[in-house]
Design a protein around this ligand. Structure first.
Ligand code: PGA
Length: 244
């Protein structure tokens, strides 16, 4: 029997507020929680709610530590498409998290492999991730763990799938300017998180999500590995949850 808890909400806003409440409770229970954070369009609503909770005085982020799932490589932090920039503009500039508590794989690192090794070590040194937020790619990727022959154990340097480059081209001038590589937590890194929230919205995620949650566990659909985790809450809007 699966341990997955599945919550299908009527709208993107309700999906986002449910996830934000779980994060808020996590921080109340453990003010120095280690949060794993995602980028992309999916979690924007959650971050907007988190900002509101901070403004209303409901959540204090002063002791929270964060690790982002991934970053393009190479990319400058000042590049408006970097995940560093995204996190600043969509969350960190608006809450009271200290800079030293924020961790994002460094797209400017000279040696990507050393950066990945160091990143993984930092996560371990802080006791691992308490609550990891995930989106899901149309190809089933979590972080930038693309469909592959095997699950990757730790943070690593990856070549992006043609389908991911195509999907993400909407954020860039054109497909040719999307970076071809990235640094990403591994499937092992993600699976070591104590709790996981998987978010999905929009009709184009419905089939991938159904296959990931009910289909065979395979690195060809990386999110399917979540079936083996003991504490995953899947929260979707109506369209993405249509086949669950
Ligand atoms: P999206 O991306 O939130 O922009 O749909 C999700 C993902 O690729 O993980």
């Amino acid at each position: 029997m699966s341990n997955l808890k599945i919550l299908v909400r009527e709208s993107y806003e309700l999906m986002s507020s449910r996830a934000a409440s779980i994060i808020e409770n996590q921080i109340h229970d453990k003010p120095d929680s280690v949060l794993g954070l995602a980028t992309g369009s999916t979690p924007l609503g959650v971050y907007a709610e988190m900002m509101l909770k901070y403004k209303a005085g409901d959540t204090d982020f002063s002791r929270v530590r964060t690790f982002n799932l991934d970053e393009y490589y190479p990319i400058k932090k000042a590049d408006a498409q970097s995940y560093y920039y995204y996190m600043r503009k969509n969350l960190f500039d608006f809450i009271n998290i200290p800079d030293e508590n924020i961790h994002i794989p460094d797209g400017e690192a000279t040696d990507p492999n050393t950066e990945c090794y160091t990143y993984e070590e930092k996560i371990t040194a802080l006791g691992g991730i308490d609550l990891q937020i995930l989106g899901i790619g149309v190809n089933g990727h979590i972080g930038f763990n693309e469909p592959a022959k095997a699950f990757a154990a730790a943070t690593h340097h990856v070549k992006l799938d043609a389908s991911t480059i195509k999907e993400n081209a909407r954020f860039f001038a054109n497909e040719k300017t999307v970076p071809t590589h990235a640094l990403t937590m591994g499937i092992g890194t993600i699976m070591r998180a104590t709790k996981i929230i998987l978010l999905a919205n929009g009709a184009k995620k419905a089939e991938t999500l159904r296959d990931a949650l009910y289909g065979p566990i395979t690195p060809q659909n990386p999110a399917s590995v979540l079936q083996l985790h003991r504490d995953v809450t899947v929260i979707t809007d109506r369209d993405a949850g249509r086949l669950l």
